[in-house]
Design a protein around this ligand. Sequence first.
Ligand code: CP
Ligand code: NVA
Length: 299
Amino acid sequence: MPKRDFLAIPDFTAAELLALLGLAARMKSGAYRERPLAGKTLAMIFAKSSTRTRVSFEVGALQLGGHALFLSSRDIQLGRGEPIRDTARVLSRMVDGIMIRTFAHADVEELARYATVPVINGLTDLLHPCQILADLLTIIEAFGTLKGKTVAWIGDGNNMCNSWLNAAGSLGFELRVACPAEYPPDPAILERNAARTAVLVTRAPAEAALGAHVVTTDVAALMGQEGEAEQRARAFKGYLVDEALMQRANPKAIFLHCLPAHRGEEVTEAVLEGPQSRVWDEAENRLHVQKALMATLMG
Ligand code: CP
Ligand code: NVA
C-alpha cells in the first residue's frame, strides 16, 4: 500500500474523516486498548513554537505504544540549510512517520514528496488541519452531528480559516467568514469549497454570527507575523468576539478557539471563560484526534 499523508483536510474523504473522528471518540471514551504504534517512532519537526501540538502528538504516540522525537528545526541540520528533500529521505530510513510545523506550505509538500513514511501537517502559514479535526470532534460532542450546523469564523482569513473552508467543503456544513477586506482567506481554497457547500464571506461579524451553532476566531497575527501586529490590530477592530456577538448566535451556540488566545484582542475574557466556551475540551481533543490520525496513518 502506498504511504498516505495528512497535509490538508481534503487528503481524506468525508467517510474517512468521519471514521477518524469516530475512532478519536472511541479512544477518548477509554474503550480503545490497542497499541498500533508499538515499536514505532514519529519524528516531529518544529520551526515554530507549540504547546498543544507537541504535547498531543508526544503523549498520544506514547499511549499508542510508540515514541515521538521532538526535533526543533533550530537544532537539526535542516536549520543550517540541509535540504528538506534530504531530511525527508534520511528520516524515512529511521522513523515511521513525520509531523512538521513550519512556515511555507510548499516545504511540507516537498517533505511529503520525498518521504517514504506518512507526513502530517502540524501547521503551516496556509493550513492547520490537525486543529480542525479537534474542532470537528468538539462540535460533534456538543451537537451530536455536523449535519445542518453553521460555523461562523470571525477574523483573519488565516491558516485556521482556510482549514475551516476545507472542512466545510469536504463535510458539507455551512461556513460564514467575517474578515476585513485586507485579510481574506486563500482565494483558491475559498473558490474550491464555495462550489461545494454554503459559504458566505462578509465584512460583518454580526451577519456571520446570526443563528450560528459555532462561533470561532483566532489571533490576528500568525506566528511569524508579529511585525505586522499594530497594522493588524487596526484592521481587526470590530472583529472582537464578545457577549453581544455571541447573543446573535443560536442560543445553544458554542465558542471555539484553537489557542493560544489573546484576551481582549480577538475574544473577550467573558466569552473565553464563559458558559458557551468549549476551548478546554477542544484543546483536549487534540490528543484524541492526533492519536486517531497516527493510528490511521502509521498503525
Ligand atoms: N492550537 C495549537 O496548534 O496550539 P499550539 O501552537 O500550542 O500547538
Ligand atoms: N493560527 C495561529 C495559531 C495557531 C496555534 C498561528 O498560526 O500562529
